[in-house]
Design a protein around this ligand. Structure first.
Ligand code: PLP
Length: 383
């Protein structure tokens, strides 16, 4: 493929990298923050936290720079011994594995079920046979995972579960929102997520001490952030109480987040363009599973489950590309695959280590596109 053709493919792929709706009110909110003289973490972040906590019915929400840092901070808050084992799905984003290793812990990969694309109670139990100290439970593509069932399968209390809710803002099981079931739920506001704000993440929890730990850990371990230290009449002094990260959210991001959050339902509406282009066929040959079956399965997770079909399709495409990369031995081969898949590459495992991890993944998704556009088949198969 010529460089020009490749650029055209990546800049204007058939399946776009992301459709990022910015709602009315967001640009004005940013202008308001810029004019206010306070652009780092401050009152907008506090309001965004309050509003998101109310939305998912969690007592506390702490805004951070990404879901990856949210997971790392949540894991650190569990105070596990160095090298402790953390179960996490094979089918996940590389940042989750990084978060575990950066927290000084050991990732233990759990196979994913071909029906839900998430670990099942059986695969969790089998991965936990040699012991597990904590677990990341992923709600894949807005599909609510059975958190309690998986915790029981791993013989872990809910206080040792961190939910990867990167895809799950707006997801419910029955009348329960994802966000307050386990030690912590971690949301993402990355461009491809349900509430895009540029970059950002949020930890929600009902544990007061965990909330305090994350609040300090997101900003160098400081006992009080600048907004609190410089408020009129308050002392400027602070202490460093833990070796924290620099992972705070700015008021600019939070202002966008607040405006977007007010329109969350609209943002979650089906992305018609994507849906039209992807019409998975009824494929049953060789044990492949049709996505509709996945959706039915998800409906069975709990009465009134809310999930996001388009997020699923989009996520499947992303994973497909990551798999394509993991399987390819060189970039030319990857580019050919991309051309065939007609999607843009936006996640590229960036080092050998993660590449090897991707190779561990037991489930491969193959997307075969019809020559003139719409994807025709979505096939799952064990590799
Ligand atoms: C399942 C999952 N977990 C975590 C993350 C990390 O989110 P962030 O980019 O906000 O760090 C992603 C992002 O793509 C993801 O898909």
């Amino acid at each position: 493929m010529s460089l020009r053709a490749l650029r055209d493919e990546l800049v204007e792929p058939r399946i776009p990298f992301a459709r990022i709706p910015i709602v009315d009110g967001a640009p004005e909110a940013v202008a308001r923050v810029l004019a206010s003289g306070w652009v780092t973490s401050g009152p907008e972040v506090e309001e965004f936290e309050r509003e998101l906590a109310a939305r998912v019915q969690a007592p506390f929400a702490i805004a951070v720079s990404s879901c990856t840092s949210a997971i790392e901070l949540a894991l650190r808050s569990l105070d596990l011994p160095p090298g402790a084992k953390v179960l996490c799905p094979t089918m996940t984003f590389a940042g989750v594995v990084h978060a575990i290793t950066h927290a000084g812990l050991t990732p233990v990969l759990v196979d994913s079920d071909p029906h839900t694309l998430m670990p099942s109670a059986d695969t969790v139990a089998s991965a936990a046979t040699k012991g597990a100290d904590a677990m990341i439970v992923l709600h894949f593509a807005g599909n609510p995972a059975p958190v309690r069932e998986l915790a029981a399968a791993a013989a872990l209390p809910l206080t040792r579960i961190v939910e990867d809710a990167a895809h799950a803002l707006g997801t419910r099981t029955g009348d329960r929102h994802v966000g307050a079931d386990s030690a912590a739920a971690c949301f993402s506001f990355y461009a491809t997520k349900n509430l895009p704000i540029g970059e950002g993440g949020m930890v929600t929890t009902s544990d007061h001490a965990l909330a305090d730990f994350v609040r300090q850990g997101r900003l160098h371990g400081m006992s009080r952030d600048a907004w609190k230290r410089y408020a009129p009449g308050t002392p400027w002094r602070y202490d460093i109480v833990q070796p924290g990260l620099k992972a705070n959210m700015t008021d600019i991001q939070a202002a966008i987040g607040r405006a977007q959050l007010r329109s969350l339902q609209r943002l979650l509406l089906p992305l018609a363009g994507v849906r039209e282009r992807i019409r998975p066929a009824q494929v049953t040959r060789h044990g492949q599973h049709h996505p509709q079956r996945l959706f039915r399965h998800r409906d069975g997770v709990g009465p009134g489950s809310v999930h996001h079909r388009d997020a699923f399709v989009r996520r499947s495409l992303e994973i497909n590309v990551v798999h394509a990369y993991a399987r390819s031995s060189n970039d030319a081969q990857l580019l050919r695959m991309l051309q065939q898949l007609r999607v843009g590459l936006h996640r590229r495992p960036h080092d050998q280590r993660i590449r090897r991890l991707q190779m561990f993944i037991q489930l491969a998704i193959e997307l075969i596109c019809c020559k003139h556009g719409p994807a025709r088949f979505l096939q799952l198969r064990h590799s």
